[in-house]
Design a binder for this molecule. Structure first.
Ligand code: 5GP
Ligand code: ZN
Length: 138
């Protein structure tokens, strides 16, 4: 499914049932954003993936792309998560293209654990663009 100008996903009752059957953690900030319990302007959503702007942007474009499924971090992934993580990364790529970041380049970051700077324990991909990025990262 292609992202068309980050249009919101149609919310039909059948699709709502899919969402409500997704494992979620009611104390998790990103689960609450994904479900709409915490109002956040989403730039993309479908039945599996949600994307919204980071509250503290580190680049002109800084989007967080998350699976609706609550997975705490990269360290918690297992074989059954392969499809959802694959879909999440396809959405990262589509959103980057929609935002026209693909020409100049962009960076995708997933922090695992406190030493790497993870502060929200629901797996997410930072999509950063609109400036140059140095390597190695800080
Ligand atoms: P991490 O540090 O875990 O890799 O990334 C978490 C990101 O979530 C941070 O960049 C932080 O700015 C962002 N963040 C934390 N709370 C909120 C919030 O309530 N809304 C939004 N949109 N972003 C948030
Ligand atoms: Zn969560």
């Amino acid at each position: 499914m292609a992202v068309q100008a980050c249009l919101h996903w149609r919310d039909t009752s059948a699709e709502r049932r899919i969402i409500s059957s997704m494992p979620a953690n009611d104390r998790c900030l990103f689960c609450r954003i994904a479900s709409g319990e915490i109002a956040t302007k989403k730039i993309f959503e479908d039945d599996q993936v949600v994307a919204f702007n980071d509250i503290n942007p580190q680049a002109p474009t800084h989007v967080l792309v998350i699976p609706r499924k609550h997975i705490a971090s990269l360290d918690d992934l297992n074989e059954e998560d392969a499809a959802i993580i694959g879909t999440t990364l396809v959405r990262v790529s589509e959103i980057a293209r929609t935002l026209k970041l693909n020409g100049e380049g962009y960076r995708v970051v997933a922090n695992h654990g406190e030493d790497a700077g993870q502060t929200v324990f629901h797996i997410h991909f930072h999509l950063l663009g609109g400036r140059n990025f140095s390597w190695p990262p800080g």
